[in-house]
Design a protein around this ligand. Structure first.
Ligand code: PLP
Length: 388
C-alpha cells in the first residue's frame, strides 16, 4: 500500500511497517496461518519457502518494530527469553558479556545456567559507574548488556555513554528496552547496536500473549540474527504476530495513561508516612533523573517502593483487592510483585542483598484503571499492613 506521510511515533505505531493487505485493501495484515508455500517451479518461489524462515504476518511485525526502534531490521520470537537467547547466540566460547547488576532474573539465569556451559561468560558490573566500567573491558569482553530502567530498582544507565564505550572498544552494546518501549525511549538513536524486548509486556499490553523482539542497527548484524532465528527456530507464530501488531497500535494511548497514573501514584506514595522509599525515574531527586530525562520521554509506568520496617509486607499483599499479585508487567491491569521471592528469586540471596533487592521491596506495574481506585486499593492494603 502507498507509503503514508507521517513523522510522529504515535502515527507510526498505527501505520508503520507493512500496512494492510494490497490484494484486498484490508486495513490489517492478514494472518498467514501456513507452514509452507507452493513453489512456482523448481528453484523458483514467491520469496517464501517455509514459515520458520519467513512468514508475511511475522514480517509485518518485524518491519514495524524495526521502524519504531529506528533500526535496520527486526525479528520476532516466541518469547522475550527466546529473543535474548538468539542475541546471546552471537557469541562464542571464550567471549565474555558484561551485564548490569539489575538485569531481568531470566537473563541472569540463561547466562549462568545455559550459556556458561558453552564457555560464554558473564560478569556483573555497575553500569552507572562509567569510568569503572571502561576499565573492566578486557580483551575477552565482547558486549555490554543493560536495561534502563533496570528491574526492579529502576536504576538508570546512560545509553549514549554505553554506546560510546562499546564503540571505543569495538564491542557490541545491547539494551533490553522492555520497560520503556520505543514510544518512550529509542536506544539505537543513541548509538546502541541491538535492542530487544519482552513484547509480552507493554508492546502486547493486554497480558494475553508471550513474545519477544530484536532490532539491530546494521545490515551485517541483521543477517547474523536472521541466520540464528532460522537456524534455532524460536519464532513467533502468525496469530501471535497479529495480536502483537494489534497491541502496538494502542501503545501510545495506553502508555500516556499508564504514565499519568504512575505519576499520581508516586505522588501519593512519596507523601505517605508508612512508605520508606520510592524508586521512580521521574522523581526529581531520584539518582538517574537527569540521565533518564535526556534519553527517555518520561519516567515510565514502573515503580518500586519499600514500606517502613514495622509494617507486615505479607498483610500488604493479602490486603490488595483490585491490584493483583502476579509476575509480569505492562498490561492494562495494575500488577504488584515481590521481586525477592518472585521475579528475582533465581538470583542468589547474597547477590540480591548486594544489589539492593531487599525482602521489603514491592514492585508495581501501574495499569490504566481509574487512578483513584488504584490508590484506594494501595491505601487500604498499607493500612492493613500497619495493624497488628
Ligand atoms: C519479562 C521480561 C523478560 C523475559 O521475557 P518473556 O517474554 O517472559 O520471555 C526479559 N526482560 C525483561 C525486562 C522482562 O521484563
Amino acid at each position: 500500500m502507498s507509503k503514508k506521510n507521517y513523522s510522529d511515533i504515535s502515527t507510526a505505531l498505527i501505520h508503520g511497517g507493512i500496512y494492510g493487505d494490497e490484494r484486498t485493501g484490508a486495513v490489517n495484515v492478514p494472518i498467514y496461518q501456513t507452514s509452507t508455500y507452493e513453489q512456482i517451479s523448481l528453484g523458483k518461489h514467491t520469496g517464501y519457502e517455509y514459515s520458520r524462515t519467513g512468514n508475511p504476518t511475522r514480517e509485518a511485525l518485524e518491519a514495524l518494530i524495526a521502524e519504531l526502534e529506528s533500526g535496520t531490521s527486526g525479528f520476532a520470537f516466541a518469547s522475550g527469553m527466546a529473543a535474548i537467547t538468539a542475541v546471546l547466540s552471537l557469541f562464542k566460547s571464550g567471549d565474555k558479556i558484561i551485564i548490569s547488576s539489575n538485569v531481568y532474573g531470566g537473563t541472569f539465569r540463561v547466562l549462568d545456567k545455559i550459556f556458561k556451559n558453552f564457555g560464554i561468560l558473564y560478569s556483573i558490573e555497575d553500569t552507572t559507574d562509567l569510568e569503572g566500567l571502561d576499565k573492566k573491558i578486557t580483551e575477552d569482553v565482547k558486549a555490554i548488556y543493560i536495561e534502563s530502567p533496570a528491574n526492579p530498582l529502576m536504576t538508570i544507565t546512560d545509553l549514549k555513554a554505553i554506546a560510546d564505550i562499546a564503540k571505543k572498544h569495538e564491542i557490541l552494546s545491547i539494551v533490553d528496552n522492555t520497560f520503556m518501549t520505543p514510544y518512550l525511549q529509542r536506544p539505537i538513536e543513541f548509538g546502541i547496536d541491538i535492542v530487544l524486548h519482552s513484547a509480552t509486556k507493554y508492546l502486547g499490553g493486554h497480558s494475553d500473549l508471550i513474545a519477544g523482539l530484536v532490532v539491530v542497527n546494521n545490515k551485517e548484524l541483521g543477517e547474523r540474527i536472521a541466520f540464528i532465528q532460522n537456524a534455532t527456530g524460536g519464532i513467533l507464530q502468525p496469530f501471535d504476530s497479529f495480536l502483537l501488531i494489534r497491541g502496538i497500535k494502542t501503545l501510545g494511548v495506553r502508555l500516556d495513561r499508564h504514565v499519568e497514573n504512575a505519576e499520581k501514584i508516586v505522588d501519593y506514595l512519596v507523601n505517605h508516612s508508612a512508605v520508606k522509599k520510592v524508586y521512580y525515574p521521574g522523581l526529581e531527586d531520584f539518582p538517574g533523573y537527569e540521565v533518564n530525562r535526556k534519553q527517555a520521554k518520561n519516567g515510565g509506568a514502573m515503580l518500586s517502593f519499600e514500606l517502613n520496617d514495622n509494617l507486615d509486607i505479607r498483610k500488604f499483599f493479602d490486603g490488595l483487592g483490585l491490584v493483583a499479585l502476579a509476575e509480569s508487567l505492562g498490561g492494562v491491569e495494575s500488577l504488584v510483585c515481590h521481586p525477592a521471592s518472585m521475579t528475582h528469586a533465581s538470583i542468589p540471596y547474597d547477590i540480591r542483598q548486594k544489589v539492593g533487592i531487599t525482602d521489603g521491596l514491592i514492585r508495581l506495574s501501574v495499569g490504566i484503571e481509574k487512578v483513584d481506585e488504584i490508590i484506594a486499593d494501595l491505601d487500604h492494603a498499607i493500612q492493613l499492613a500497619g495493624e497488628n
